[in-house]
Design a protein around this ligand. Structure first.
Ligand SMILES: Cc1ncc(COP(=O)(O)O)c(C=O)c1O
Length: 390
């Protein structure tokens, strides 16, 4: 059996009910959404999708009395971010973003930059934090049309002060888009409280759902200001040759990942039954142990915050004298420990931490890990480090 410590890439294992409900949908339901004859199976699919939308609206405290129409399903957060970014930004507009963003944000922005969108990247500090006062100065200086912020770093785990940053956006009446890829399922997020214009999430990380799921929780007025990226059949308004402007249809052309939605729905129930706070408490306890172990190892150089306050249990580090890819290879080869070396699809974040281009080794425990797993990993790492000194 391997020891999985790569939950920032995707959570694993998933709660058993996730697989069971996906299988149940395929074996016993399976009808498409809005493309049938109101059979029992059609109604089952309709119920599943509507219920899951409502669960997501509630989970993220969506706007407009948690109106589930303002939840859009996508196949991951990358698609969600592309829908928002490419549907809103036009040549001549300015967008502000941070220097810890994932390529899911910066690549679409760089592509729009070539078409005349002004892209300003705000520098975070060496631990990955964006200072609210610097952020406000940048807003005053650049007068952006849109702001896109990472909630929690997939490299060094730094959690931004989203409340303060969103509050500043609110003061200036600016729409803010949040990449909640790593935060969702770990931190309580309120779209309404933060007045977030669009919250983009992925289903397969902290939400413990299957790959191929994700979405957007919209503020209604912002959803109106965004054009759909993909147009086509919605199972509705079939007499019209143009894309409907009503949500959820506006942003959901083509058949949805219905087995995935069944799995995501079960995952959210699983999380709800235990509480995000309790799940996070356990992961943070494991994080604390890992952090202590890494900080106590003189050969290890840890990047990002040095305490659990303000961070997720996602740790990037290098070991003196070791290439991080070789370290990852040896951990897997000798102990079957799964981690992730390199740049983590986030070259900007690594530049910010001072680890570009070599990257770092990332270790990220999840809710199914136990204290013994962390001890096993730390012992294995110590043994490797000892070897390199001989
Ligand atoms: C912060 C962040 N944004 C975006 C993504 C992209 O996620 P997905 O591959 O699910 O679209 C990730 C995944 O690593 C991430 O950590």
């Amino acid at each position: 059996m391997s020891l999985y410590l790569n939950n920032a890439a995707t959570s694993w294992p998933k709660p058993r009910v996730v697989a069971e409900e996906m299988s149940n949908f395929i074996l016993n339901a399976g009808a498409n959404l809005g493309r049938g004859s109101a059979s029992d199976r059609d109604v089952m699919t309709l119920g599943l999708v509507a219920d899951t939308r409502a669960k997501i609206a509630t989970l993220f405290d969506g706007h407009s009395d948690r109106d589930p129409r303002y939840v859009t399903f996508t196949s991951n957060v990358t698609e969600a971010l592309n829908v928002v970014i490419k549907g809103f930004l036009r040549p001549g507009m300015t967008v502000l973003t941070s220097s810890v963003e994932h390529n899911a944000v910066i690549r679409p922005l760089r592509s729009l930059e070539r078409k005349g969108v002004r892209v300003i990247v705000m520098k975070c500090d060496r631990n990955g934090f964006l200072s609210p006062s610097f952020f406000e100065e940048e807003i005053k200086k650049h007068r952006p049309n849109l702001i896109i912020l990472n909630h929690a770093s997939n490299v060094c785990g730094a959690i931004q002060d989203i409340e303060a940053l969103c509050g500043i956006c609110g003061d200036y009446g600016l729409p803010v888009v949040i990449d909640a890829a790593q935060a969702a399922g770990h931190l309580p997020i309120s779209v309404s409280k933060g007045d977030i214009a669009a919250l983009c999430f992925t289903g397969h990380k902290g939400l413990l759902g299957p790959q191929g799921t994700g979405g957007i929780v919209w503020r209604p007025d912002f959803a109106e200001a965004v054009s759909p990226l993909i147009e086509g059949g919605t199972g509705s308004f079939s007499h019209e040759e143009v894309q409907p402007d009503k949500l959820p249809d506006k942003f959901e052309s083509g058949t949805l990942n219905l087995p995935g939605i069944a799995g995501l729905s079960a995952a959210i129930d699983w999380i709800d039954a235990r509480g995000i706070k309790n799940i996070a408490e356990k992961s943070n306890r494991l994080g604390e142990k890992l952090l202590d172990g890494l900080l106590g190892m003189p050969e290890a150089i840890l990047y990002g915050p040095k305490t659990m306050a303000g961070r997720l249990p996602v740790f990037a580090f290098n070991v003196k004298g070791w290439d991080n890819a070789e370290l990852a290879f040896k951990l897997n080869d000798r102990w079957k420990i799964e981690t992730r070396p390199g740049l983590h699809c986030a070259p900007l974040a690594h530049r910010t931490l001072g680890t570009f281009p070599e990257g770092a080794l990332r270790v990220s425990p999840g809710p199914f890990n136990e204290e013994e797993d962390i001890e096993f990993f730390l012992n294995a790492l110590s043994e490797l480090v000892k070897d390199s000194g001989e």
